[in-house]
Design a protein around this ligand. Structure first.
Ligand SMILES: [Zn+2]
Length: 236
């Protein structure tokens, strides 16, 4: 990695392998972009700041709040940025660079997020033994976390050059690194790997209702990437 690379700070730093979080902390050049990017809104009715697709979504859902929303500075550079935010801050790089991201089968992603939330919520969710007990309200409420479509599209059109599938992470990341001339020895950390209580594939775990909820909430991602509810789609 070069000195000019921007590494945004990780959350949950205590979970990271020793040395990794320290490395990020030492590299604070993301701070100089504070306040840049797409402006957000502060809704005086809700008392909440909204950014990017969150702001768009809020004004769609509550257009009557529009008059009581004021514009606030953008979030600068941060983790999980949307394509539109990145393009707004780095227009030249956006045009010139090879752009890629890692995607994941939504059926796997929701189950994974469910167990992660169970582990972190200290009892707010009370799963039955080994069975993810989520409903549509939970999935849609979490859509800001789980949906990736808004991150790599602009106006509904995918805008990256390559998608690395999490199911084939090491091989495809290796291919990207070879293309970019970055040395990669194939080693990957197993962060966030210990929350799931049930390793069965989604097909065996999810109810038909849960499958439908995921299909509805991740429709664009499932269609564009051809994801299926199939164990063979996990680790090919
Ligand atoms: Zn509002």
């Amino acid at each position: 990695m070069g000195e000019d690379d921007i590494l945004t700070p990780p959350g949950n730093e205590h979970l990271w392998p020793e040395g990794v979080a320290a490395h990020y902390k030492d590299r604070k050049n993301w701070e100089k972009y504070a306040g840049q990017g797409r402006p957000g809104i502060f809704c005086k009715v809700c008392g909440v700041r909204f950014f990017n697709s969150g702001a768009d979504k809020h004004l769609r859902q509550a257009p009557e709040h529009m008059d009581r929303c004021e514009e606030i500075p953008g979030k600068g550079v941060h983790g999980h940025m949307e394509a539109r935010e990145i393009k707004a801050i780095f227009p030249r790089e956006w045009d010139e660079y090879f752009k890629f991201c890692v995607i994941r089968n939504p059926f796997e992603k929701v189950i994974s997020l469910y167990w992660f939330t169970v582990a972190w919520n200290n009892g707010e969710l009370k799963p039955k033994e080994h069975v993810p007990a989520f409903d549509a309200t939970w999935v849609w409420g979490k859509s800001g976390v789980a949906r990736s479509w808004e991150l790599y599209t602009i106006d509904g059109v995918p805008v990256l050059n390559f998608f690395v599938r999490q199911e084939r992470l090491a091989g495809e990341l290796g291919a990207v690194c070879r293309k970019l001339g970055i040395p990669f020895d194939g080693w990957l950390p197993r962060a966030h790997g210990n929350y799931r209580r049930d390793r069965r594939p989604p097909k065996e775990v999810l109810t038909p209702e849960q499958v439908q909820i995921i299909k509805d909430n991740f429709r664009e991602e499932i269609e564009f990437h051809g994801y299926k509810l199939d164990p063979n789609d996990r680790f090919s």
